[in-house]
Write a protein that binds this ligand. Structure first.
Ligand SMILES: Cc1cc2nc3c(=O)[nH]c(=O)nc-3n(C[C@H](O)[C@H](O)[C@H](O)COP(=O)(O)O)c2cc1C
Length: 244
């Protein structure tokens, strides 16, 4: 429907898509970089302690999380996959009519959908799946190893083909824009960030290797997922596999 096209968020998303043709002609903007750390030198400072209570698994996961792009050729267990899905998008509470999830969402609207390219997961046939949040189950959308195609669509980042599973998060723009209008895209992308970070920390807690990925040919991936790229478009990916 054309109403969505009035929003700045829709236009921005369309204008910033990578595709194999335009990426070759991409003209880098002449924006000068800045220093990596901001520092106020002429002010009083308070040195912070680092001897805080050091026995939580969350702290361990935060400390040791790194992006892992090399994986053992070992299957993920379905239990681990279920835990990652729960940590990223599982329902953890209820407030009136709203079902609240593990990751926060602007207005509790949850515009992000989760698709999986299952490459190597115990008792789950390789293929394309959609995570059905309310039922806590996977809907099978297609059979067969998709790893190479996903890697290809992600600018040839081949490690995606060797991961046990690739999470592919899409944004259903209307779910958010109908409330937040032009400002909506900010929130949609923040939501995706929260979801991905929850998943990455959960993967670390399970001693799995994971890597977030945002470089991809948008419409190539959308086609793979059978998304129209307008109402719903892929915004973020993450690979997960057994750590080497
Ligand atoms: C928004 C975003 C996009 C990223 N896209 C890619 C990507 O396309 N390919 C990749 O290998 N890593 C990607 N990364 C991972 C970063 O390279 C990585 O987080 C960064 O180098 C810091 O390292 P660390 O994650 O190990 O702490 C991305 C990270 C973020 C947050």
């Amino acid at each position: 429907m054309d109403d969505l096209k009035q929003s700045l968020g829709y236009k921005y998303l369309q204008e910033t898509k990578f595709d194999p043709k335009s990426i070759r002609q991409i003209s880098r903007l002449e924006i000068h970089p800045t220093e990596p750390f901001k520092k106020y030198s002429d002010t009083e400072t308070i040195t912070l302690p680092t001897d805080w209570q050091k026995d939580s698994s969350l702290q361990d996961a935060l400390q040791s999380r790194r992006s892992h792009r090399r994986y053992e050729d070992l299957p993920l267990s379905i239990q681990d996959l279920a835990m990652l899905l729960w940590a990223s998008q599982g329902i953890t509470g209820r407030a009136g009519n709203y079902f609240l999830r593990a990751a926060p969402s602007a207005g509790a609207l949850y515009p992000i959908e989760t698709y999986l390219a299952v490459n190597n997961v115990e008792s789950v046939e390789a293929g394309l799946y959609h995570f059905q949040v309310a039922e806590f189950c996977l809907a099978k959308l297609g059979s067969g190893f998709l790893g190479e195609k996903v890697a290809q669509a992600a600018l040839g980042q081949n490690f995606l083909a060797r991961a046990g599973v690739v999470f592919m998060w899409s944004a259903l723009l209307r779910r958010n824009f109908s409330k937040y209008g032009h400002r909506g895209l900010r929130y949609v992308l923040m939501d995706a960030g929260h979801i991905c970070q929850n998943m990455l920390l959960a993967a670390e807690a399970l001693n799995l290797g994971a890597c977030p990925v945002a470089a991809f040919y948008d419409d190539e991936l959308n086609r793979l997922l059978n998304l129209d790229g307008e109402e719903e478009s892929v915004v973020y990916l993450a690979s997960v596999g057994a750590k080497i």
